[in-house]
Design a protein around this ligand. Structure first.
Ligand code: GDP
Length: 452
């Protein structure tokens, strides 16, 4: 996700702004490069124009040129504008405030609606809720069965994790019209002691009146608390048009952008809010039930700018490991006391979590960017781990003491080249510096507010 953009932005930052000297010409060049990067990432043209205009106005002001660290300040301007483009007014992705909350999922066929219902159910169960899934997609023949399988699989997963029986019920009544199915599901949920109802409504290949009438009737009969439009990030401009029509006719609250794992460009994520007026709330990053992430504009802006996304990494880690340990790691990043010991710990944690490339891409700086570009196999991990293992505890705490002779010893001990040791040390320094900068500029503070 965002591979194209984060590579490009990382280069732009290094090429134009790493030196202390900055003038109007290299700001103009930097802005031009950003414009091209955004257009190449399929960001909507109008959105690019607006963003570039705002960045230009701010960046060409006297303040930036006179500032002590113009490069960093420029990045902050771009960061701010990216956040403004994508942000949601409310910080909570899915506030649940009632005894029974109804969530209605809408979207075209194949967008990932049924899969997302299963993923949302998992997300909510993890937060302590008891959802009922409702199979109201009578249009696509396999949808009902698919939802039942998702419910069963999810129930088994949660039962295994918790060591006790947990069921994820799926209500279906294929003989009934969808509005009746949805309406009937509500008393059933109450009786069943479910506190959430997730409606998997029907899609079509194209929008038509029959679909809109059906969805409106469901909306009227069930009064959903949240209506999410599920959108395939790979479908481009057509999907925006559909999102707009769904919003105009059904009034959606937000978008779930799916298949971002297969979309290296990520232009849709940057354009939706501006084009449709409704924010992205979640993103789908794989076919499995746990492949759903909350969408937070500030975290995404960090990823796009090659600064990684530590909060999402910690969020994921918390699901798999000791919460305290994950928090401890996060704290170390915030106060920039992160050492090579911690990097090693983090590698081991990432290895346990799977989907290495995406996760490594969440590390700040060149290490994260580099990792998105290679087919990560275990050997790269093993080499970096071997290098860290060959350091003494003191060297891991204070990598700055590693001089030429120490490097030689470490490279021999780990069976790697001195250049590899150098590269890791440089990337580590850069990562730490980035953490310090983010910490100072309050970016961690903003990110913390998004932590659950
Ligand atoms: P529906 O017709 O909208 O209900 O679509 P489905 O839920 O059946 O999804 C269509 C296809 O997209 C299925 O093969 C899903 O596994 C796949 N899919 C859904 N979400 C994602 C995602 O976030 N990433 C990837 N890679 N595939 C997804």
């Amino acid at each position: 996700m965002f591979k194209t953009l984060s590579n490009k932005f990382y280069d732009i930052k290094n090429n134009f702004f790493s030196s202390g000297k900055i003038n109007e010409k290299n700001i103009q060049d930097g802005i031009k490069a950003i414009e091209e990067a955004l257009i190449n990432a399929d960001v909507n043209f109008r959105v690019v124009k607006g963003l570039v205009k705002r960045v230009k106005e701010k960046a060409l002001g006297e303040e930036l040129i006179k500032s002590v660290k113009p490069g960093d300040q420029f990045v902050q301007i771009v960061h701010y504008e990216l956040v403004e483009l994508m942000k949601s007014d409310d910080e909570e992705r899915l506030p649940i405030t009632k005894d029974l909350t109804v969530i209605m999922m809408v979207g075209l066929q194949g967008s990932g609606k049924t899969t997302t219902c299963g993923k949302l159910a998992r997300y909510l169960i993890k937060k302590g809720h008891r959802p009922l899934l409702v199979a109201a997609d009578t249009q696509r023949p396999a949808a009902i069965e698919q939802l039942k399988v998702l419910g069963k699989t999810l129930g088994e997963q949660i039962s295994e994790e918790r060591g006790e029986d947990f069921e994820v019920p799926v209500y279906s009544a294929p003989q009934d019209p969808p509005p009746k199915i949805c309406k009937d599901a509500i008393p059933i949920a109450k009786e069943n002691n479910n506190d959430i109802v997730i409606l998997d409504t029907a899609g079509r290949l194209h929008i038509d009146d029959a679909l809109m009438d059906e969805l409106l009737s469901i909306r009227k009969k069930t009064k959903p608390d949240h209506v999410f439009f599920v959108m395939d990030s790979m479908t481009g401009q057509n999907a925006f048009d559909s999102a707009k029509i769904f919003n105009e006719q059904i009034n959606i609250d937000g978008v779930v952008l799916t298949k971002l794992d297969s979309d290296a460009k990520g232009g849709a994520a940057l354009s939706i809010k501006e084009v449709t007026g409704k924010p992205v709330k979640f993103v789908g990053v794989g076919e499995k039930l746990d492949a759903l992430e909350e969408f937070h504009a500030d975290r995404m802006a960090n990823r796009i700018l090659g600064m990684g996304d530590i909060v999402t990494l910690v969020d994921k880690a918390e699901q798999l490991m000791d919460e305290e340990k994950a928090e401890e790691m996060y704290q170390k990043m915030v106060d920039a006391s992160f050492t090579m010991h911690d990097l090693l710990d983090q590698f081991q944690m990432i290895k346990k979590m799977g989907n290495l490339r995406d996760l490594m891409g969440m590390l700040p700086g060149g290490l994260g960017v580099q990792m998105q570009n290679v087919d990560i196999d275990e050997s790269i991990f093993s080499r970096i781990e071997a290098i860290i293992h060959s350091m003494t505890p003191q060297e891991r705490d204070m990598p700055d003491i590693i001089n030429g002779s120490r490097k030689l010893r470490i490279s021999k001990g780990s069976g790697t080249k001195v250049q590899e040791v150098n590269q890791l040390l440089n990337q580590f320094r850069e990562m730490r510096k980035m953490m310090q900068n983010m910490s100072k500029s309050g970016m961690f503070g903003n990110m913390m507010s998004g932590m659950g």
